[in-house]
Design a protein around this ligand. Structure first.
Ligand code: HGY
Ligand code: MN
Ligand code: MN
Length: 416
């Protein structure tokens, strides 16, 4: 099969316009987005994406976790499709590009193929994975995890948000419960374009991240049980203070992550006190520790240290302590051939590039369990993400999507 000519490029203006239009769906309060999974805003974004894909001649399939698959036919009916996608759901204070660039970049690849009259041997399937973020329903990458056989469909349906609503109920409520068995689709390969969500590419002055690996992750949900009591009249010696235990555990998580440098991170993004009243010591404190590192050995050592130390801290304070792993994947090595296609594309197109390990988790991490998979990354301003101020340049968006275009064509096979 012929390699794509270096003059084959996507339409950067059209891509940027689509990104800006999608950003108006579920807008945040500070310029970003709040389009959380299975909300009405998510449903609105899905409809817009479906329209754009059908206007581009694609046909839609939806599976029982709500993941959307938009197919552009290939010339060989027996050839397995090349899947290209990411996610349209956002954090509550998310940016305009996390996930969205990968989905709309994949759409732009198909739009450009249409413009250029390109036919490929393998079909192309543009994919919007449901609930990548795991912000409303933990864990992250839930639907792609069910697709890869890591989670059962029942587990997925039973996940609850902070209001006690289940994933299954909400998927049905927004009308996006599909009929396809999750994971029944077989992939020839999977590509995902994503912003880096870290500072490396911008700092190194590189347009493209050739993603070789993704670091592993544990999400450890701690439930600490104290004794509700008056914050004013309860003597210090009589307190069973779950809030104090939490603070000591957070400090310890910081120390464990720092003891495993370089290349380890640890922290907490979500804490819930109950009854969460100013003058009542908390009876219950629930929080999720997020630890990550590219090293399997460090990842497992950090988890063991944190769980043992947390138990000791709680025992000292007479606080009850239970922990549940609510998210996990081991460090991922992406497919060498596909990684090579990304690197060759960047070279052919004249974009500066470097190898990079993904700091954030992505649906590609689960796709890699069932098919050859890899990612393309572009920089983001100050490495900022999961923040409404998340920003990229139009040039970075175009460069990343040009490289995605060429890598996908290399794998899907141009038919003369
Ligand atoms: O948590 C992650 O790495 C991703 O943003 N869901
Ligand atoms: Mn993402
Ligand atoms: Mn994210």
């Amino acid at each position: 099969m012929a390699a794509p000519g270096e003059n084959l490029r996507i339409n950067g203006d059209r891509l940027w316009d689509s990104l800006m239009e999608m950003a108006q769906v579920g807008p945040g309060i500070a310029g970003g987005c709040n389009r959380q999974t299975l909300t009405d805003e998510d449903a609105e974004g899905r409809k817009l994406f479906q329209k754009w894909c059908e206007d581009a001649g694609m046909t839609m399939g939806v599976d029982k976790m709500g993941t959307m698959f938009m197919t552009r036919p290939g010339t060989d009916p027996d050839a397995l499709p090349v899947y290209v996608g990411s996610h349209l759901d956002t954090q509550p204070t998310g940016g305009k590009y996390d996930g969205v660039l990968g989905v709309l970049g994949a759409l732009e690849v198909v739009r450009s193929m249409n413009d250029l009259g390109i036919k490929t041997r393998h079909p192309i399937v543009v994919t919007n994975w449901a609930n990548e973020e795991g912000a409303r329903f933990a864990p992250a990458m839930l639907a792609s995890g069910v697709f890869a056989g890591v989670h059962s469909l029942e587990y997925g349906y039973g996940r609850k948000d902070l209001e006690g609503k289940t994933y299954g109920e909400e998927l049905e409520r927004i009308g996006w419960l599909g009929d396809e068995e999750v994971g029944a689709r077989k992939m020839h390969a999977y590509y995902e374009l994503h912003i880096e969500q870290g500072p490396i590419l911008e700092a190194e002055g590189k347009d493209i991240g050739v993603v070789t690996h993704c670091q592993g992750l544990w999400w450890l949900e701690f439930t600490l049980t104290g004794k509700e009591a008056h914050t004013g009249s309860t003597p210090m010696a009589l307190r069973v203070n779950a809030g104090l235990a939490m603070s000591r555990i957070l400090e310890m998580v910081q120390d464990v992550a720092m003891s495993e440098q370089p290349g380890a991170v640890g922290g907490v993004g979500q804490v819930n006190f109950s009854p969460n009243s100013r003058n009542v010591l908390p009876g219950k404190v629930v929080f999720t520790v997020d630890i990550r590192t590219p090293s399997q050995e460090k990842l497992d050592r950090m988890r063991a240290k944190i769980e043992a130390e947390a138990a000791r801290i709680c025992e000292d304070l007479g606080v009850g302590c239970s922990v549940e792993a609510v998210g996990h994947f081991d460090p991922v090595t992406f497919d060498e051939e596909l990684v090579g296609n990304v690197r060759k594309a960047a070279e052919r197109l004249g974009y500066s590039h470097m190898n990079i390990i993904s700091g954030a988790g992505h649906d590609a991490c689960w796709a890699a369990k069932v098919a050859p998979a890899t990612m393309v990354m572009c920089p983001c301003v100050d490495g900022l993400s999961h923040n409404e101020a998340e920003e990229i340049s139009k040039e970075w968006a175009k460069a990343g999507t040009d490289v995605l275009f060429h890598a996908v064509l290399e794998t899907a096979g141009i038919v003369e």
